[in-house]
Design a protein around this ligand. Sequence first.
Ligand SMILES: [Zn+2]
Length: 219
Amino acid sequence: MRIHLNSARSAPLDGVCLNRTISCQMALPKGMSLAQLVLIGSTIVLSWLGMQVVHELGHVLGALATGGRISAVVLNPLEFSRTDLAVNPHPLVVAWCGAVLGSAIPALIAVACRFLHAQGLYVVLFFTGFCLIVNGLYLGVGSFMHAGDAGDLLCYGAAPWQLWLFGAITVPPGFILWNGLGPSFGLASSHGRVNARVAYTTAAIAGLLLIAEFAYTWA
Ligand SMILES: [Zn+2]
């Protein structure tokens, strides 16, 4: 995409004619199409926001299933997501449910989309891989820093090896799901060519989710 803004004007300035030309050029990286940029950008945004939504959904379902009472679910695009509980009789289960269901739900969505031969399956596969990798690293690496859910899990009685095992189970399949997706995103042999309908549909969904989260946050 190239945008040229050319303005040539003559205007008197202290008796002198001023001829000015402004040339502004915006160009995409070589070999990249606008649809490809939209597809990659919106897939990353959608994966980041969607991953947090299903992760918190996992905590919420875990809390509801174990008699907990939720006081707040923070889904602000400008913050890390969080679920606060007013009553939490089984904190170990609730803490596990974020990463476990946050990985399992996207995996089920991917299986359903593959079964239905959904167009744009590669976007769902990227999202699922993203959830598996992030949740696995969140617990596995987080165990060394006692950070976030990993810190809570260790505090409530989980053993570090359980968190490492979770990461070992989820991270490799996440990368396997990503393997071979490049051409669908216009990379490698595709030379920037992508399915424009999938690109703009993904952008629309990502945009709606972003707006929904801001509206939810500021409501
Ligand atoms: Zn969590």
